[in-house]
Design a binder for this molecule. Sequence first.
Ligand SMILES: Cc1cc2nc3c(=O)[nH]c(=O)nc-3n(C[C@H](O)[C@H](O)[C@H](O)COP(=O)(O)O)c2cc1C
Length: 317
Amino acid sequence: MSPGSPSGNTPSGPDLRVNFAGIELKNPIIAASGTFGYGVEFEDIVHLDRLGGLVVKGLSVEPMTGNPPPRLFETAAGMLNAIGLQNIGARAFLDEKLPALRTKKNVVVFANVFGYTRADYERTIGILNEGEGIAAYELNVSCPNTAHGGIQFGSDPQLLDEVVRTAKRAARRPLIVKLSPNVTSIALMAHVAEEAGADAISLVNTFLAMAIDAETRRPRIANVTAGLSGPAIKPIALRMVYDAAHAVKIPVIGMGGIATPVDVVEFMLAGATAVQVGTASYFDPVATETLAEELTTYCREHRIARLCELTGGMVTD
Ligand SMILES: Cc1cc2nc3c(=O)[nH]c(=O)nc-3n(C[C@H](O)[C@H](O)[C@H](O)COP(=O)(O)O)c2cc1C
């Protein structure tokens, strides 16, 4: 991206570009998986080319219908979801969604991948390798692993190591490993992902949580437990990004409750190279684009010439 391009990075303006895994983004704002459909659904309301990039809904080998409703519930400063990884399947994504995204210039697309077994991840990546126009894969390792009695890949170091190695072998594109926050040591899991071949890590996914209707005495979510996201999780996510960034040399993509330019700056100072924005799009569908604009203004007002220089820049003395 050259200075003076439509990104808003004019010669006199702040340079918002960031780089990770050999990918250059015009700014660090990436729409998070599961909160931005397959990107195309948002094209009428968001200028996709003004975002750093977008991550599509988690893709599996076969289409999935997800969990029964209710699947969403708003909590104090957050949101519970148990969508259950509903998606159209990797093949349909290539045939029905990716061609439309490819007609757009300057849109960086990341494909989020999940499976219940290592073979699932391998097969999904194998299908996606055939498509053109995907910048990298983001491996969602937070799903139940039925082959291992409900343990999650993302909460067992040995399983994480194996699934990342499998995915890395299969992938013809850079591999971002998205870590689960439902672990005791995020530093250990970040280290395991790096050793197994991840080109970058992203965190956090949602926190296991639940809510009960005291009147009916029923769970608010049909699945009973769900994932908590939004501003409520931001301080915990920030701590985890900080811990993970200190455990690895590969780039870290931070997320969890980000909604304002100050949030972005905090995550970058904690060690993030780029950030993702999820639940904010539920409160305001244009939140991602607005945030990219506001970030430009923020940098101008705070005389930040090169945003990427903030990464890991927290001052402690
Ligand atoms: C409704 C919903 C669906 C989600 N689906 C996925 C998914 O398919 N794959 C994934 O890796 N993360 C998924 N996530 C997690 C988000 O990408 C993100 O990691 C999390 O919500 C924290 O960021 P936020 O607080 O900005 O939303 C989903 C989150 C929400 C709220």
